[in-house]
Design a protein around this ligand. Structure first.
Ligand code: CA
Length: 226
């Protein structure tokens, strides 16, 4: 799992990042709203922890932009105790949960874990590219209407690819998301699983959807191989 922490207060950022890394999460830190926006729109995160009071783009505005962009990562908002921000407004803007500062790390961790367990929102329930379809609710995969049986890891790999159609996903990113680990030495396993997945999803069809991007990783799209 890769998390993005957007927090300008260095002490808080260090303390949260250190704690989450100790729990084996991969954590990127953005120290202001502009950097946060840049990072969140460039690479996929499973969860974003977003401070509201930020230099640059403010937290609430950043949240709105993320949702407008179709980024569905869970967002945990950090608010100040005396904040005048309306909680209802935050949820309407696309926040999934919030935590009031100061907080104990244990409480943050409980919320992070709960959000990561949460089923994806309805709007992204069925993921699609060309005639390939993955239904997150029934966990069924079909191509050209025909059911494809996948193992759990193959399913999560395909789900990750389909959540980022047209984007290049590195082996490291895939390992972090599908295997919940941040170890470089697991990246070979990605090639093995992509091979399995291709056999089931692409081999019988003239249009290949899973593409190898040399030196970079993999992507799924109905476009041509790059
Ligand atoms: Ca702040």
């Amino acid at each position: 799992m890769r998390l993005l922490l957007v927090e300008d207060e260095k002490k808080v950022a260090d303390f949260v990042a250190r704690g989450l890394r100790a729990e084996t999460f991969a954590v990127d830190v953005a120290s202001d709203g502009n950097i946060g926006w840049e990072m969140a729109s460039k690479r996929p995160y499973d969860l974003i922890i977003l401070d509201l009071m930020l230099p640059g783009i403010k937290g609430a505005e950043l949240l709105r932009r993320l949702r407008q962009q179709g980024i569905t990562a869970a967002v945990l908002v950090l608010t100040a105790r005396d904040s005048t921000n309306d909680k209802v407004e935050l949820f309407e803007a696309g926040a999934d949960d919030y935590l009031t500062k100061p907080f104990a790390f244990a409480e943050l961790l409980v919320r992070v874990k709960a959000l990561l367990r949460r089923p994806p929102t309805e709007r992204s329930q069925v993921l699609r590219v060309a005639d390939l379809e993955l239904d997150r609710l029934s966990q069924q995969v079909r191509r050209a209407g025909k059911r494809i049986e996948l193992t759990a890891k193959e399913y999560y790999l395909l789900e990750f690819l389909l959540s980022h159609v047209g984007q290049v996903l590195s082996r490291t990113m895939i390992v972090e998301h599908v295997w919940d680990k941040s170890f470089e030495n697991l990246t070979n396993i990605v090639d093995v699983y992509v091979r399995h997945l291709r056999t089931k999803v692409d081999d019988a069809f003239p249009t290949k959807l899973i593409h190898t991007v040399r030196g970079a990783g993999y992507s799924i799209s109905d476009g041509k191989e790059t």
